[in-house]
Ligand binder design. Structure first.
Ligand code: PXP
Length: 237
């Protein structure tokens, strides 16, 4: 079964819209775990509009499942991750002012940089995942820089899914098969939801983990966090 890592950035976004600590991010992380989440993901960005840098050590203290920090290894990010030592660091090539991540790494053009970053993280015992588009050359490139896993960007899959699910998932199927052959683990994330998740999980061989934020937290407004986590877990069975 693929593991569900809940991205709690949107909970931090609501908290940051007022002074004070409502909703309480640490409590939300603990509750997601109590409700069945097998991991907690955060994506700190330089403007700290979602999770703040100061939240990260606190979260590390309370997260009992897998803690995944994702983001661009620039500025304060690397220092923060190396100090925190989460279970996994997912490297994402997002620009500082981007609304949300919208593409994966060019693992070939950035080979030297990613090799150095991956080595520094692995030295600290942190699992390294590289966010890529489902493209065979990028899978091989991620393996070549020493990553343990890749995370497929599923934004385009989600976009095409309602119209043509088989076509939408095809590059993911092919690349996941290649990943298994060359010995690199497969995660996925972005715009996964209650409609498109089960099909993705069924079609993508060896899927280890999905990280889901926007749709899951939005669904929680209607169903509540506890129900929603169970609903997403059911899609992954
Ligand atoms: N994976 C990565 C690398 C991301 O940047 C994000 C969004 O922060 C996600 C997964 C989760 O995407 P969503 O919020 O659409 O579920």
């Amino acid at each position: 079964m693929a593991r569900l890592s809940v991205n709690i950035n949107k909970i931090a976004l609501i908290r940051n819209s007022r002074k004070g600590n409502l909703p309480d991010l640490l409590k939300a992380a603990r509750d997601c775990e109590a409700f069945g989440a097998q991991g907690i993901t955060v994506h700190p960005r330089p403007d700290e509009r979602h999770v703040r840098y100061a939240d990260i050590p606190e979260l590390k203290r309370v997260v009992a499942t897998e803690f995944n920090i994702e983001g661009n290894p620039a500025g304060k990010f690397m220092e923060l991750v190396l100090q925190t030592q989460p279970t996994q660091c997912t490297l994402v090539p997002d620009a500082p002012d981007v609304l949300t991540s919208d593409q994966g790494w060019d693992t070939i053009g950035n080979k030297a940089f990613l090799t150095e970053v991956a080595a520094r993280l692995r030295e600290k015992g942190i699992r390294v995942s590289i966010f890529i588009d489902p493209d065979e050359r990028q899978v091989e490139g991620a393996k070549a820089v020493g990553a343990d896993r890749i995370e497929f960007y599923t934004g385009n899959y989600a976009l095409m899914f309602p119209e043509n699910p088989a076509r939408a998932v095809e590059p993911h199927r092919r690349c996941a098969r290649l990943a298994q052959e060359i010995g690199i683990g497969v995660n996925a994330g972005h715009d996964l939801n209650l409609d498109n998740l089960h099909y993705y999980k069924e079609e993508v061989e060896g899927l280890l983990e999905v990280s889901i934020g926007h749709a899951l937290i939005s669904d929680a407004l209607y169903y509540g966090l506890q129900n929603v986590i169970q609903m997403y877990l059911r899609q992954l069975r």
